[in-house]
Design a protein around this ligand. Structure first.
Ligand code: ZN
Length: 89
């Protein structure tokens, strides 16, 4: 008796990408990746004139992106998350 962990149900504070326990909607690794993605967007928008969704698509298809970055970009695309909403809980 005592423990009431149920790995089958999505607990509050689980990462939306990998399901790891987290303080917000993303775990530390994916939150960091999301912040990197956001930080790079400003540069891409200026240089290439790409919009947020197009940018996420390119990032998620780019083999040079790290696995965390790609997963996070795919999640942001799927969830329809907009630029500027990510870091907020
Ligand atoms: Zn995660």
């Amino acid at each position: 008796m005592g423990r009431s962990r149920d790995p089958g149900s999505p607990a509050m504070g689980a990462c939306a990408v990998c399901g790891s326990p987290s303080g917000g909607s993303l775990c530390a690794r994916h939150a960091k990746a999301a912040r990197k993605i956001e930080a790079h967007f400003a540069t891409w928008r200026e240089r290439a004139g790409v919009e947020w969704e197009e940018y996420l698509r390119r990032v998620s298809e780019n083999d040079l992106s790290g696995a965390w970055i790609k997963e996070t970009a795919e999640y942001l695309l799927r969830s329809g998350m907009r630029f500027g909403q990510i870091s907020k809980p």
